[in-house]
Every structure is written in C-alpha cells, then in structure tokens.
Design a protein around this ligand. Structure first.
Ligand SMILES: NC(=O)c1ccc[n+]([C@@H]2O[C@H](COP(=O)([O-])OP(=O)(O)OC[C@H]3O[C@@H](n4cnc5c(N)ncnc54)[C@H](O)[C@@H]3O)[C@@H](O)[C@H]2O)c1
Length: 444
C-alpha cells in the first residue's frame, strides 16, 4: 500500500454500487456518454456528466436533450425533477465521484494512427484528483494495451496503486445508435480489468445497469474484443460491397443474390452493400488494431483490404449515377441531383465520416447541381459545402434529373419518392417491396 490512507477494500465500493449510493461521473457527454449517464441516473445513482463543451453542459443542466437515443422526457425528469443528474465542466468535481467512466472520442491522426489526446487529457485530469477508493473505467474504443500501457501509468504516477488504492477497467461501449431493440441496457457488455479486484468492482458497477455482463481475463482482451467486432463488420461489409461491384459488371441483382443466400439457415449472416461505411466506429477502429499489430511485426491484411474496398464505394456510386444518367441521354455536369439521406446509417442524425457526404462532395465536384433531404440532418457543412435539407415535395422530386438514395431512413415515404421522381438510384434497397413505378428505378 503506497498511500498513507488505509487500504480501500473493493467490498466497500461494491456495496456502494449495489446500494446505488455511489456517485458516478461520466466524462464525454456524446453519443456514448449521455445515454450511459441517463441509464445510471435512472437506476438511482447520483450522476455528474463532465464535458468541455459548454453548450452541452448547459443543455443537460436545462434538461434539454441533444442525442436521438436518449428519451427527452427521461433526461428532463432526471435533471429537473429528480435532481439525480447534472453536468459540469469543473474538473475539481471529479474528486467527489466514486466511479468515473471515460467516453471521449478516439479519432485517427491524418496518418491513420491512433490519436489518444482526448483520453490522455481526461486521464491526467482524473489523476490530479485521484483518491483512494475510486473506480475508473474507459469505454472509448481503442487498441489492445491502452488501459495498461497508457491509462494505468498516468493514474499510478500519483503514487496510488491499481487494485489497492483505486480500481481500473476497460469496458467497450457497444451501443448501436438508432437501434430500438438493443439499447445500452439489453446489449451484453464485456468487461476486462487491470487486476482481479478491479474486475470484481467493475462487474458490480456494470451489473446495476446492464442485463448481461461478460467478464474477460484482462483489459487487453476486452480492448481486442471491441476492435475485432468493428473489424468483423468492416470486412463483411467490404465483401458484399465487392460483390455488388461484380454483380453490377455481370448484370446481376446483388440484392436478389443476398436475399436468396440469406435463406440458408446456417453459416451465413446478413450484410448489405451501400455507398460505403461511416460514423465514428467502422471506418476508424480497425486502424487502431492495424497500427498496434505493426508493433508485433504483423500485417493485418483483411483490415487494409476492407478499408480500401469500402473507401472506393462513394466513387463507384457516382460512376453509376453518371451511367444511369447517360443511358437517358443526360450528363452529370449541370444535372439536378437530389440526394436522399446524409446520415451514415438509417435513423441516426450523425453525418460524421458519412459516405453520403462524400458522394455529395463528388457530385458537386463533377458539376452536378445538388440538393439533399435528410429528416435527421437539417443542415450540413464541411468547410466547402454549406447546405440545408430541402423538403421532400412532389416538385423537389420532379425537378431532379436523378434522385440518389444514400441512407434508408424509416421515416421517408419511398413509394411517394418513386411516384414523383423521374429517375432513382437506390444504393440501399430502400425501395424493397414496392411494386409500382419500378421502371424509373435502378438499384446499386
Ligand atoms: N458513437 C457510437 O456509435 C459509438 C459506439 C461504440 C463506441 N464508441 C466509442 O465511444 C467513444 C466516444 O464516442 P462518441 O460517439 O460518444 O463521441 P462524441 O463525439 O459523440 O462525444 C464525445 C464527447 O466528449 C467530449 N470531450 C472531448 N474531449 C474532451 C475532454 N478532453 N474533456 C471533456 N470532454 C471531452 C466532447 O465534447 C463530446 O461531447 C469513442 O471512442 C467511440 O469510438 C462510439
């Protein structure tokens, strides 16, 4: 025991979690952190959300929600009526917390290497106030080794020891934004820790809000599980994207092929092609593993290949748009194109790393006159483009030489789109099952 205080027994912390008297700090109030903070507050914990974004802190403190997966009324009630949740940007308050969960971004540098600056900055703030008896958990996606090689040394530089004075775990967030069936609560959660007593504490913490918690033998295993899951998706999406490009060349309908293949009751899983991959996870996380593998003189060839194929898709979609226009005697230059959907996937408001945004940029660069409609993304700006979502009216559809469906949001009436558009390129098979007006429809 390195500090002067008495050893802090894991049992004390575990009892606080079980009685839900612990104070929980969630750092990073974004797509991951805000829903997590709400779940913790809902079961009775006193929660403080920390963020450096003053607008987000103010919004939470007014009970005003800004993340689609969070129920507006739940946040409002927890903050304003029950007073079980608040937000702050005062790092000093970290000292009050029994548990601190870190959910800040883990982006890539321009050279596609891990950028842990946010995780490291937050960990240093935690270290400055670290006291015996605290539990720290990292939920940001990262490469295997981060918790032990980056977080633990910063926290132990205080003189306090993991497993004796404080407890440390890694538990990846698996949330699937927009998924109504699987939410934070009923998605099983993998937990790995820096040592056995940290694991016990971590399991007690997560069992209060998650139906099934899956312990693994170390934080490195838990980190690997998360990057593997996202790599699995990236590779399988790349496989069906490659199939889509081949089917296009062979004049086969890739959707019919996939639907029929999907009738096999074993040995196959549904993955669908599209304009590419987007969001904060699939395009980025596999590169974390790719980078770490190099330290072991190992080349992750599937990751590189999948990334290459998926990144080619926006260009392929624009090429196909040019072909379908030219089949009707039109050129892309100065054609009017209406893009349907900019979010990176259905029913979310997140256009980060969105392939739709890339397709939009390519269409503009080739001289098309582009508008977009996305009920979840009212405005889109990326430094070069600054556009607002237009209303999906008969005249907006009829005025367009081509409508390109890039995101298959549930709240768009695709029968209406087919009825009033002159020509539609559907990259998501959003028009599946519609019988009328298919003569003006081309699938990816
Ligand atoms: N979005 C997803 O679907 C998803 C799913 C699973 C895992 N993840 C992972 O979870 C992590 C967080 O992702 P997200 O989508 O919630 O990010 P986000 O951008 O939505 O939110 C991150 C929040 O952290 C805050 N922040 C950044 N640096 C900070 C600092 N130094 N101090 C305090 N606050 C800071 C930002 O202001 C922002 O509010 C990432 O590692 C991501 O890969 C995301």
């Amino acid at each position: 025991m390195s500090s002067s205080t008495a050893p802090v027994h894991a049992g004390e912390l575990i009892r606080k979690f079980e009685k839900r008297t612990a104070r929980v700090g969630v750092v990073g109030l974004g797509y991951v952190g805000l829903p997590l903070a709400v779940e913790k507050a809902k079961v009775g914990f006193q929660v403080v959300g920390f963020d450096r974004n003053a607008a987000r802190v103010a919004s939470v403190n007014l009970g005003v929600n800004y993340i689609e997966d969070v129920v507006d009324a739940e946040l409002r009630d927890l903050v304003l009526d029950h007073k079980r949740m608040e937000a702050s940007s005062e790092w000093g308050r970290l000292a009050e917390m029994d548990a601190i969960v870190i959910c800040v971004p883990t982006p890539l540098t321009r050279n596609l290497t891990p950028d842990l600056q946010f995780v490291e900055a937050v960990t240093r703030e935690v270290a400055r106030r670290l006291r015996p008896g605290q539990f720290v958990s990292l939920e940001s996606t990262t490469y295997p080794g981060t918790t032990e090689e980056v977080i633990k040394p910063i926290l132990e530089s205080t003189g306090l020891r993991e497993g004796e004075d404080f407890h440390l775990a890694f538990s990846p967030e698996r949330v699937d934004p927009g998924n109504k069936r699987f939410t934070t609560r009923n998605t099983s959660k993998v937990v790995g820790a820096a040592g056995p007593s940290s694991l016990e504490v971590a399991l007690a913490f997560y069992r209060q809000t998650i139906q099934e918690v899956v312990p693994v033998s170390s934080s490195r295993v838990a980190e690997m599980v998360k990057v593997f899951e996202n790599t699995f998706r990236s590779v399988n999406i790349a496989l069906v994207n490659e199939l889509a490009m081949l089917c296009d060349r062979m004049d086969l309908d890739v959707w019919e092929v996939l639907d029929a293949a999907g009738t096999k009751p074993f040995g196959i899983m549904p993955f669908y092609p599209g304009p590419g991959v987007g969001g904060h996870c699939i395009p980025l996380d596999p590169h974390y593993l790719e980078w770490k593998a190099r330290e072991f003189n190992f080349n992750t060839r599937f990751i590189a290949l999948a990334g290459e194929i998926n990144r080619r898709m926006p260009e392929f979609v624009v090429g196909k748009a040019m072909r379908v226009l030219s089949d009707r005697g039109l050129g892309l230059r100065s054609a009017r194109v209406l893009v349907l959907g900019l979010a990176y996937k259905k029913d979310v408001d997140d256009a980060r790393e969105s392939p739709g945004a890339e397709v939009l940029g390519l269409l503009v660069a080739r001289g098309a006159r582009v508008e977009y409609h996305d009920p979840h993304v009212p405005r889109y700006g990326d430094g070069r483009l600054d556009l607002r979502s237009v209303a999906l009216t008969e005249s907006a559809l009829d005025l367009a030489d081509l409508v390109v469906i890039l995101t298959d949001h549930s709240d768009v009436d695709y029968a209406f789109v087919l009825r009033h558009a002159r020509l539609v390129l559907d990259t998501r098979n959003a028009t599946r099952g519609l019988k009328a007006d298919r003569d003006r429809l081309v699938l990816l």
